[in-house]
Design a protein. Structure first.
Length: 265
């Protein structure tokens, strides 16, 4: 089996299943999410949005695995080129588990997938057991800043497990005025492609959010986007650890990559 991975979530799942040996090509974003790929020296492809049939012809995959976001036109062109495609579109944690099983079946690792899913479910249950009787804080979590877009449904689920109440509609657009009116307890940012480099001070200033309770109490954080926006169990486990600490820092240790606004603005 030769697999061309067009999203980091696919590559991270293959790695967790112990089947990186099936990869024949991956994206530059996969390389950022999994630096060990540098040792393999595999061809670099564009992503699910822009990969061309010429790129794929050069690496001759048996299977192309793509995941959202992707353009249907690009997938149609890949299929027209004769390449089998497994296109994933997760929304919830349940979807992420199903996708994990789908990938595992392609590489004969179904038992390993079940163990990975069960282990993650235990971690979620453990976090929930700690937070279930704690105060539920309102949390605004942002996936993109222009326009403002709420984080995805699987993040809303992890925020709930961490003892928070997700503000707004997962995956939907919003406005600075709407969020200001809701005045959440916590502001979280994980912009796609920004890593942990969201300019928190500038965002607060430009949106005139200085008087929000989250800002006044210093509850404004950036979580590395790969931990929230990459729908794979290994990355979401890291995301859960960051969310739990941001929402209930006294109950959960601070992870190394949680970035804070610092003193109140």
């Amino acid at each position: 089996m030769r697999i061309a991975s067009l999203q980091p979530s696919v590559t991270l799942t293959l790695h967790a299943l112990g089947r990186l040996d099936t990869l024949c090509a991956h994206t530059k974003y996969c390389l950022e999410a999994l630096p060990v790929l540098t040792t393999l020296g595999l061809p670099i492809l564009a992503d699910s949005w822009t990969t061309t049939t010429d790129e794929l012809t050069a690496v001759a995959p048996d299977l192309v695995i793509a995941s959202v976001p992707y353009r249907f036109e690009s997938l149609a062109a890949i299929l027209k080129g004769g390449f089998p495609v497994l296109a994933l579109a997760p929304h919830t944690l349940s979807d992420v588990f199903k996708d994990t099983r789908l990938i595992a079946r392609q590489v004969d690792r179904s038992m390993e997938a079940e163990r990975m899913i069960e282990a993650f479910e235990r971690v979620v249950a453990d976090v929930t057991s700690v937070t279930i009787n704690l105060p539920r804080l309102t949390v605004y979590c942002e996936e993109w800043g222009k326009p403002l877009i709420h984080s995805q449904p699987w993040i809303a689920e992890l925020i709930s497990a961490s003892g928070g109440t997700f503000v707004g509609v997962p995956g939907a657009q919003t406005t600075p005025e709407t969020i200001a009116a809701l005045d959440p307890d916590i502001l979280l940012f994980a912009w796609c492609g920004a890593g942990d480099r969201v300019p928190l001070d500038r965002v607060v200033r430009q949106r005139s959010w200085q008087t929000l309770r989250a800002v006044r109490s210093g509850r404004v954080y950036c979580i590395p986007d790969e931990y929230l926006n990459t729908p794979a169990i290994p990355s979401l486990a890291q995301g859960l650890a960051h969310l739990a600490n941001a929402i209930h820092p006294k109950q959960f240790p601070q992870p190394s990559r949680l970035v804070t606004l610092g003193s109140a603005v």
